[in-house]
Design a protein around this ligand. Structure first.
Ligand SMILES: Nc1ncnc2c1ncn2[C@@H]1O[C@H](COP(=O)(O)OP(=O)(O)OP(=O)(O)O)[C@@H](O)[C@H]1O
Ligand SMILES: [Mg+2]
Length: 392
């Protein structure tokens, strides 16, 4: 039986684990669906506060009637440790991992704001996309066939299996939104467009290709849920700060999953506010990702991987990213988990229609933005998005 922490237990818990001393207060900060996050603030202002995240043996929002293995907290803590090894700048510090209670203690990030919230409030995106691209680039290079020896990769694969959360992704990202399903919903003005998408045989084939890539492409350690709710941003000592949180879906999978989920949510934020700077940042994401791969490249572990392969590989990653971005766009307007970016608009209909149209277009015709045989072209993507909103 897992001991489920309540706010009143957290301070004593930290003291017991030598992570706190003296007295302090605790409040719950998590607004997520799956887990609980507590903030513990010492009365002594000289001592830094910490955050404790625990996975209960069920889905937090649904309660004990919806059991789910709490292992996910350990998968998350392990992924954060790997991220910290290769991308310390963008990764929160993990101070302690409690395997018995499926909890871990990390750096307090409450001075930062969740990126989706910040963008909804009208914040500029700044260097955030480039920081995310650097993290994905560094982590995926280091855990790929170019960055890690076969034995290390075999260990990583064995350590990173995540079947339960992979099922969640298969259902809620790569399944339900494309069929009639219980939890789906969409704005009534999208009924026809949603039906068209679901009936389009070309969409089915692209979806199948992405499901197959998700299920069988073990390219590198990926975050698995890298949308704008998994990025926190702010300023510390006058410098922009970006931290990637919540890798409980981490697994060895297709790199395009991370870039795609992130870029789809940047597109959604851009469509919300018709912000072309947000769109332009996708080029920064891609460039920083590629720069991290090129940085690692001279030290690759396999000298038989040649420059021709690298070029082809990066093109394929871009092509996959556009595909995963497209399904994410569809999910956020026609699946279970909608984007607050759109839902908080006075009328979510028109912007949702643009996002759905983009998702459909990208699924059947990713080639317009390069990749697969062509040069990746983030600017063409930005252009496509802005022409679609101008037409709407
Ligand atoms: N280290 C931290 N410091 C301060 N606040 C945090 C920290 N980690 C998370 N939070 C807050 O708690 C919220 C939920 O965190 P997180 O997304 O990791 O939880 P989750 O339950 O896994 O969410 P989801 O249901 O979206 O998967 C974040 O959006 C953020 O506001
Ligand atoms: Mg989560």
């Amino acid at each position: 039986m897992t001991v489920v922490l309540e706010p009143d237990d957290v301070w004593a818990y930290l003291v017991e684990r030598n992570l706190a001393a003296g007295t302090g207060t605790v409040r719950e900060v998590g607004d997520g669906n799956m887990n609980r996050v507590f903030l513990a603030i010492p009365d002594d202002p000289a001592v830094p506060s910490v955050a404790v995240k625990q996975a209960p043996p069920w889905i937090q929002k649904l309660g004990p009637s919806s059991p789910m293995s709490p292992e996910r907290a350990l998968i998350e803590a392990r992924a954060l440790r790997t991220f910290a090894e290769y991308a310390p700048k963008q990764t929160p510090d993990v101070l302690d991992v409690d395997e018995e209670r499926f909890a871990f203690t990390m750096e307090d990030l409450s001075d930062l704001t969740v990126l989706r919230t910040a963008l909804n409030r009208g914040a500029a995106i700044g260097t955030t996309s480039a920081e995310v691209g650097e993290l994905v680039g560094r982590v995926t290079f280091a855990t790929s066939v170019a960055g890690a020896e076969p034995r290390e990769r075999a260990d990583l694969l064995a350590r990173s299996v995540n079947p339960l959360l992979a099922e969640v992704t298969l259902q809620y990202l790569l399944g339900d939104p494309f069929v009639e399903a219980e939890h789906n919903s969409n704005h009534p003005s999208l009924d026809g467009a949603v039906r068209n998408l679901r009936e389009d045989p070309a969409v089915r084939t692209e979806l199948a290709t992405l499901r197959a890539a998700f299920g069988s492409s073990a390219q590198a350690l990926v975050h698995g849920d890298l949308h704008s709710g998994s990025v926190m941003v702010g300023v510390r000592n006058g410098e922009p700060v970006v931290r990637v949180i919540d890798p409980e879906f981490a697994m060895v999978g297709p790199i395009g999953l991370d870039l795609g989920l992130y870029l789809a949510n940047v597109v959604i934020a851009a469509v919300r506010s018709r912000n072309t700077d947000h769109l332009a940042s996708i080029e920064g994401l891609w460039d920083a990702f590629c720069a991290a791969w090129r940085d690692g490249w001279p030290d690759r572990v396999d000298p038989l991987l040649d420059d021709g392969w690298l070029l082809r590989h990066l093109r394929n990653v871009w092509h996959d990213s556009l595909g995963f971005a497209a399904v994410e766009m569809v999910r956020r307007v026609a699946g279970y988990s909608h984007a607050s970016d759109l839902e908080t608009l006075p009328d979510p209909g028109p912007a949702s229609a643009v996002v759905l149209g983009l998702g459909h277009r990208l699924l059947v015709d990713r080639g317009v933005c390069g990749g697969e045989g062509g040069r990746p072209d983030p600017r063409a993507l930005a252009h496509l998005v802005s022409t679609m909103w101008e037409r709407s």
